[in-house]
Design a protein around this ligand. Structure first.
Ligand SMILES: Nc1ncnc2c1ncn2[C@@H]1O[C@H](COP(=O)(O)OP(=O)(O)O)[C@@H](O)[C@H]1O
Ligand SMILES: [Mg+2]
Length: 372
């Protein structure tokens, strides 16, 4: 690979691939993204192979890449395996397979000694009734596979709601989780290189609405050193268990000083976007450095940051950028309610100034949910 610019293939051409490509431009890493959409957000900054996921030609179209990665979790495992027979695929396909099934994901957490919300696999209405009898209400019924941004989930509060919730999500395999009355949601991102070196990003505080991420704060305010340390141990255990290469995100519920592992994402993650302005080496840069086999950069924070997702519409650039420390990221997507079309990162010299700037920005960054 030395002497020429590495070429990385990416399954998926959304905003995560776009930000990987932007980072790759600076580093001298070229990207080729595969995405069925003619208007895939990454197409403006990377080579675009426009192909359906069922297209048998995809592995051949990536055969000259130095490494292949993926930016979303619904990549068919059989496709990732077919690509991996020609070119190294990172993160390992095993991590993709585990992340695609909420039950396997939680079983992996438990096998590593990480606490999770209590859960039961559910295939029939009788399973659901038994699971509710064991776990109690409220609870959350989810499809085991294919869910994202809160899609494929039903909150259960009363026994009478069971049949309708089951009907709405069945016949897909389901999982029932106890509803966790968490103090807050946090996430932790880390990168692991091909040599096994690990970089750990600071703990992130996340706020979701209707299951979709609205706002992240880094470092998570008032996080004790012990809490961050526990999150770091958890993500490191996961990385090592997969022989992982690339960036991994772990979503957790914080209850007091306890952490419950909720979800893993074997890819760069929305709660890590603030690392572009807020860390020495961003998640995008480190993901590329990892998959091409280069040394990782420091994950240390350069200062406190707030990240606001623009959902359904973008803020007015002139108004927003009048705020000092405001950084706008426009994904080039057609705006639609419930769709992440961009994000804003706010930097500031201190926590007080950061809050003042974030309040101003909050009033300008749209959040338009689907069905509103
Ligand atoms: N068991 C639970 N208890 C409380 N809140 C939950 C639970 N499961 C999900 N949620 C809420 O819904 C959001 C999305 O759920 P998650 O399991 O992360 O699915 P996805 O992000 O794949 O849509 C979470 O971030 C959290 O706000
Ligand atoms: Mg989630």
């Amino acid at each position: 690979m030395s002497g020429r610019r590495p070429l990385v293939g990416v399954l998926g051409g959304g905003q995560l691939a776009r930000m990987l490509a932007l980072s790759g431009h600076a580093l001298g890493v070229r990207l080729r993204v595969v995405d069925p959409a003619t208007d895939a957000p990454a197409r403006e900054v990377a080579d675009h192979v426009c192909a359906d996921w069922s297209d048998p030609a995809i592995p051949a179209r990536l055969a000259d890449c130095d490494a292949v990665t993926y930016e979303f979790e619904r990549v068919p495992v059989a496709l990732a395996e077919a690509v991996a027979r020609r070119v190294p695929v990172w993160p390992p396909v095993e991590a993709l397979a585990v992340a695609q099934d909420r039950v396997h994901e939680k079983e992996r957490f438990r096998a590593l000694g990480l606490a999770t919300p209590r859960f039961r696999a559910v295939d029939t209405l009788a399973d659901l009734q038994r699971a509710v009898a064991e776990l109690g209400l409220p609870a959350v019924l989810k499809t085991r596979r294919e869910g994202y941004d809160g899609k494929g989930q039903r909150r259960l509060r009363e026994l009478g709601e069971l049949p309708a919730a089951f009907e709405a999500l069945a016949p897909a395999p389901l999982v029932l989780e106890e509803h966790v009355a968490f103090d807050r949601e946090v996430s932790v991102l880390a990168a692991r290189g091909r040599d096994g070196a690990v970089e750990l990003y600071p703990l992130v505080e996340n706020r979701h609405e209707h299951g979709i991420l609205i706002e992240s704060r880094v470092p998570a305010p008032h996080a004790s050193g012990a809490l961050t340390e526990r999150a770091h141990r958890a993500v490191r255990a996961l990385l090592d268990s997969f022989g992982y290469v690339g960036v991994l995100a772990l979503e957790l519920f914080q209850v007091g000083e306890e952490l419950l592992a909720s979800e893993l994402a074997p890819r760069v993650h929305n709660s890590g976007h603030a690392t572009i302005e807020g860390a020495v080496a961003s998640q995008f840069e480190n993901h590329l450095r990892a998959v091409v086999g280069w040394p990782l950069g420091p994950a240390v924070a350069t200062g406190p940051v707030v990240m606001l997702n623009a959902i359904g519409a973008l803020p007015d650039a002139r108004e927003l950028l009048a705020i000092p420390g405001a950084h706008l990221h426009d994904y080039g997507k057609e705006p639609r309610p419930g769709r992440k079309v961009g994000h804003v990162t706010i930097t500031a010299p201190d926590a007080g100034e950061l809050e003042a700037r974030a309040v101003r920005a909050r009033s300008l960054v749209p959040v338009v949910h689907a069905g509103e």
